[in-house]
Design a protein around this ligand. Structure first.
Ligand SMILES: [Zn+2]
Length: 330
């Protein structure tokens, strides 16, 4: 197993120092060839067409994988493993997608087995938010930290936790669901888990748009709300303040719980609004988190952008190799 070093020495397999990284989202598939220093040699995005089911979805994912290997100029012999990120719930140890809500019909899909058959390489599967946390920790905004929390805010809200230099996964690999920290017991219904008052029910892009619609901003997206609030619109400003208050509230509990040295915020809502979101959240968390944790934590934007999915999936494969869980075939 890995010791507590933040960046373990990685020796994949001689010259095979690259990972074919695949990311399965509800709307987009992504693939890339990433080396063990986190450099992306090729990158492609395609539509998931999730409702067509896993058969054709996986066919297109694997075709995209073969294309990025070709594009990268990296020989197949230099690729040690396949890393895959996907939305949960999933069984990371067995490499099986269980029933991801954003991939209807993708029930009990043995993903790593299918990838190993398709590419003849060992494959590793991880929850996409956990993988993104691993990517930011190993190669992005969190490089060099030992205690880090990652939150991705886009259609939904996901999270990942690094404790003492290692990813925390929970008993079955589905821990770190930071989007379902409660910020109001009797609050808004949460689409992600069916409870009420989750962080996700206030700060996801979907929830921001939904609250804006209820406030009379018909058809406004999260980006529209942010722009209108920036321009001084009173309704949008109220929706935006409710958003940053909910995020600060949830994040303060998370900071109190883990005492991280760094919180990394990623996802479309964060990349689209930057300091308009981060500024008020940082101020309130630092003011309200219990000292001394409050004095230690930094809250920053993610560094890997739209490639976080593939860099994260690669980081997972690298980590599993380093820990001896993955072995070259044959
Ligand atoms: Zn929830």
């Amino acid at each position: 197993m890995l010791e507590t070093g933040v960046l373990p020495v990685v020796d994949l397999d001689g010259s095979a120092q690259h990972v074919l990284a695949l990311d399965i989202g509800g709307t987009k598939l992504a693939a890339g060839v990433v080396d063990t220093s986190g450099r992306v040699h090729s990158f492609e995005i395609a539509s998931t067409f999730a409702d067509e089911g896993p058969g054709s979805g996986l066919e297109r994912l694997f075709a995209l994988g073969r294309k990025v290997v070709e594009d990268s100029g990296v020989a197949w012999a230099e690729i040690a493993a396949v890393g895959i990120g996907a939305g949960g719930p999933l069984d990371a140890a067995r490499g099986v997608l269980i029933a991801p809500p954003h991939l209807p019909g993708w029930l009990d899909v043995p993903l790593t087995e299918r990838a190993e058959e398709a590419f003849g390489l060992p494959a590793a599967l991880e929850n996409d938010a956990t993988a993104a946390a691993a990517g930011e920790h190993r190669y992005g905004a969190g490089a060099g930290t030992r205690h880090m929390v990652y939150l991705t805010i886009s259609t939904g809200v996901g999270g990942g936790i690094v404790i003492d230099g290692r990813l925390y996964r929970g008993a079955g690999g589905n821990g770190g669901e930071l989007g379902h920290v409660t910020v109001d017991c009797d609050g808004r219904p949460c689409r992600g888990c069916g409870r009420r008052g989750c962080l996700e029910a206030y700060v996801s892009g979907t929830s921001i748009a939904e609250r804006a619609r209820e406030a009379g901003m018909d058809g406004a997206t999260a980006a529209d709300v942010a722009a209108a609030a920036m321009a001084g619109d009173a309704v949008a400003t109220a929706v935006w303040i409710e958003t940053t208050d909910a995020l600060a509230c949830g994040l303060t509990s998370i900071v109190n719980l883990f005492e991280p040295e760094l919180v990394v915020l990623g996802g479309g809502v964060v990349s689209g609004t930057g300091e308009q979101l981060l500024g008020p959240v940082r101020t309130r968390v630092l003011a309200e988190a219990m000292p001394p944790a409050a004095a230690e934590v930094r809250i920053v934007a993610a560094a890997l952008g739209e490639r976080v999915g593939v860099v994260g999936a690669a980081a997972i494969a690298v980590e599993r190799f380093a820990s001896g869980e993955l072995h070259t075939h044959g």
